[in-house]
Design a protein around this ligand. Structure first.
Ligand code: GYE
Length: 313
């Protein structure tokens, strides 16, 4: 049996107190630990109590399973936390548990990945526009291949059914649709992990290694795994195969500095500070935006060396 892991301490019910002042108890239901991006987000969230003496955190790792995350939310409801933050592994299947939180009058902030549920079931969404990221990735490919150069893409999808995968794929595909020279010839999920990204890329190369000249990876970790596969196959990543991915982790910046990848679309995982602000605003009855967007950029090889030392994740 898999049990959700909880860390953080405090009384089992109602708000914790410190020096007579009540702390806001925030329960965070995390996806798992599948990528460098995820580790950075977890660290940023775990820093919340250090930077906000009025917040106490209870953290649960869902180990990439929705059932664990649902259990965690139910446990947060039973503990009567003040605010629940959910980073949903997949988009669908949340209605029942979100309704349970609502019935218990506990506000829910959806973080990072979005849910496919009625907007009335949560107070705010804090995260990135995944479709926009897919569009930005496609534009980098289009800028390189133009309208004539044949471009045969191998696509490494993220976790199937996650908003990060669904949104990035949609944005990318919509942007390339009028370019008849740009085709996706291989597409499979690498579940956002390095090991799976390598494995899937090996299989792609085995069957179509002579055709693939572009890799579109929904995240950097799968891309890093794929770069290893490409090198082992005897091709030059970033040269024989043009590569674009999303996140902006240090390892991928290093690859870009080394000339092994061609474009990084940034997705910001450092959501802790914005989450803390949003949770406080909600508890204090202040107005919060329904969609709190995180800020992000695009990086090309000429910026890699300069940007690498500045990367925080
Ligand atoms: O891109 C990937 C992680 O949900 C935005 O999840 C996040 C994605 C991120 O595993 O690396």
């Amino acid at each position: 049996m898999v049990t959700a892991l909880f860390t953080g301490c405090g009384s089992a019910s109602t708000s914790a107190s410190s020096g007579g002042k009540k702390k806001i108890v925030l329960g965070f239901a995390q996806v798992g630990a599948e990528s460098g991006w995820r580790t950075a987000e977890t660290n940023s969230v775990k820093d919340i109590p250090k930077n906000n003496s009025d917040i106490q955190l209870r953290f649960s790792d869902g180990q990439q399973k929705q059932e664990n995350q649902i259990k965690a939310i139910r446990s947060f409801i039973a503990q009567k936390v003040d605010v629940i933050a959910l980073d949903p592994v997949v988009e669908t299947g949340w209605d029942t548990v979100l309704k349970e939180a609502q019935d218990a009058k506990i506000p829910v902030i959806i973080v990072d990945r979005s849910v496919n549920a009625s907007k009335s079931l949560y107070t705010a969404f804090l995260g990135s526009d995944m479709e926009e990221e897919g569009k930005k990735a496609a534009k980098i490919v289009i800028d390189h291949f133009g309208k004539d150069k044949p471009c045969n893409i191998a696509e490494l999808q993220g976790t199937v059914g996650s908003s990060a995968m669904v949104g990035r794929q949609k944005g990318f595909n919509e942007t390339i649709k009028d370019y008849t020279n740009i085709k996706i010839i291989k597409s499979e999920s690498g579940d956002f992990t390095r090991a799976k990204g390598k494995e899937v890329m090996e299989a792609f190369l085995k069957s179509d290694g002579n055709k693939i000249n572009c890799l579109w990876s929904h995240n950097d970790d799968m891309g890093v795994g794929a770069i290893q596969a490409i090198e082992e196959y005897g091709k030059k990543p970033g040269k024989d195969i043009f590569i674009v991915s999303v996140d902006g982790i240090k390892d991928m910046f290093q690859m870009m500095k080394d000339g092994k990848t061609n474009g990084i679309v940034e997705c910001n995982p450092l959501l802790g500070p914005q989450l803390a602000e949003t949770a406080k605003a909600i508890v204090n009855g202040k107005h919060v935006e329904k969609f709190v967007k995180s800020k992000e950029s695009v990086y090309l090889p000429d910026q890699a060396a300069k940007e690498l030392p500045n990367r925080k994740y």
